[in-house]
Design a protein around this ligand. Structure first.
Ligand code: PHE
Length: 366
């Protein structure tokens, strides 16, 4: 509180008129407390209180201490005037105290209150995994072509995963499958092809099935994960030809990617199909012109296919002289990576919501 000319040391202060002036000064200072910036009021009030009613150096106290300096005939008036001032000051300080307390309460309430004008938080909805979305699209396409869904176990016998698919024991083709071997001749299935065997063993042709699910291989890099997803297609009936395979592949691929996607078959080898083919599609990123993703070739290898080997049909009790069939299998994760531009297969299995949130269902191109 700045020193001012109304300090009680002033000899004139012993005059009751001067006390009135002093009272006006007090009022002016009290008004400043009220108009102080928010949060400062309490500090100003405390300074004002000390200055006026402080026990040691307060102005009121000093005014009372001066009593003996006042001539005897004016002492009574003086004493009453100082007491009036004292009551006035105390009452005003009390009033200010409650006023400030009320303001503090209002400010605290406001700070703690819910701001109903703020935008609300939307509850987030879960979404389907990209692999699920791709599988569903594929199933939808095959359903339209008259196929039904089939399933098989992830822990397979050597017989269903290899033997019946014409991978003889000790045959080098087994090495291409990077198998996780379990006990008792069981394996984690390395592909969905054992579902072909299970289906053909259990029901007679005509057969038109697809099967999707998890498969496992001892392989781990940007494009390969020890667990990934395949979808397998099998058709067995009288008179099925390689032309049917090619037509089905084109119909499937063009609905899955786009109508103008080119399909190319290259001779290949699988123990369970003869002839066998690797199937390429025109690169969906550059539409066949050549880019970094397809190593400038304009093509991308996408699946394996072929006519079911007569030995496999015979093993399953289907007469290869009467029936023929085709099969193909492809990696679902790879299609998801291409479709959604995901560079690393592991990102599909990290369950990082930042990736999952970016992916919205897309309906297979009509
Ligand atoms: N099962 C084969 C693989 O995983 C793919 C395939 C399926 C090839 C059906 C031909 C016919 O490599």
């Amino acid at each position: 509180m700045p020193a001012d000319t109304t300090a009680p040391q002033d000899a004139a202060a012993v005059d009751p008129n001067d006390l009135e002036e002093l009272a006006r000064r007090f009022e002016a200072q009290a008004a400043e407390v009220v108009s102080a910036p928010r949060g400062e009021e309490r500090k100003r009030w405390e300074a004002l209180r000390l200055d006026w009613t402080g026990k040691k150096r307060g102005r009121i106290r000093e005014l009372l201490a001066r009593m003996q300096d006042v001539p005897a005939d004016r002492r009574k008036d003086y004493g009453q005037a100082v007491n009036r001032l004292k009551r006035q000051v105390e009452a005003r300080l009390d009033g200010l105290d409650s006023e400030i307390a009320e303001r503090e309460r209002v400010a605290a309430d406001r700070a703690a209150a819910v701001d109903v004008t703020l935008a609300g938080r939307r509850p987030t909805l879960g979404s389907l995994h990209p692999v699920t979305l791709v599988v569903r699209d594929m199933e939808e396409i095959f359903r339209g072509l008259g196929y039904s869904m089939s399933e098989g176990p992830e822990v397979e016998t050597d017989y269903h995963n290899f033997e019946a698919l014409n991978f003889p024991r000790e045959h080098p083709a087994r090495d291409t499958q990077d198998t996780f071997f379990l006990e008792d001749g069981l394996v984690l299935r390395t592909h969905t092809s054992p579902v072909q065997i299970r289906t053909m063993l259990h029901r007679p042709p005509p057969i038109r099935i697809i099967c999707s699910g998890r498969v496992f291989r001892f392989d781990n890099d940007l494009r390969h994960s020890p667990m990934f997803h395949q979808i397998e297609c099998l058709a067995v009936a009288e008179g099925i030809t390689f032309g049917d395979l090619k037509g089905t592949l084109e119909a499937f691929i063009q609905r899955l990617f786009s109508r103008d996607t080119g399909v190319r078959l290259r001779p290949s080898y699988f123990p369970f199909t003869e002839p066998s083919a690797e199937v390429d599609i025109t690169c969906p990123f550059c539409r066949g012109r050549g880019c970094a993703v397809c190593s400038q070739t304009g093509w991308m290898e996408i699946l394996g296919a072929g006519m079911v080997d007569p030995r496999v049909l015979a093993e399953c009790g289907i007469d290869p002289d009467v029936y023929s069939g085709f099969a193909f299998g492809l990696g679902v994760d790879r299609v998801a990576m291409i479709r959604y531009g995901i560079p690393n297969i592991r990102m599909l299995f990290d369950n990082d919501e930042r990736l999952l949130r970016q992916i919205t269902p897309s309906v297979a191109a009509v």
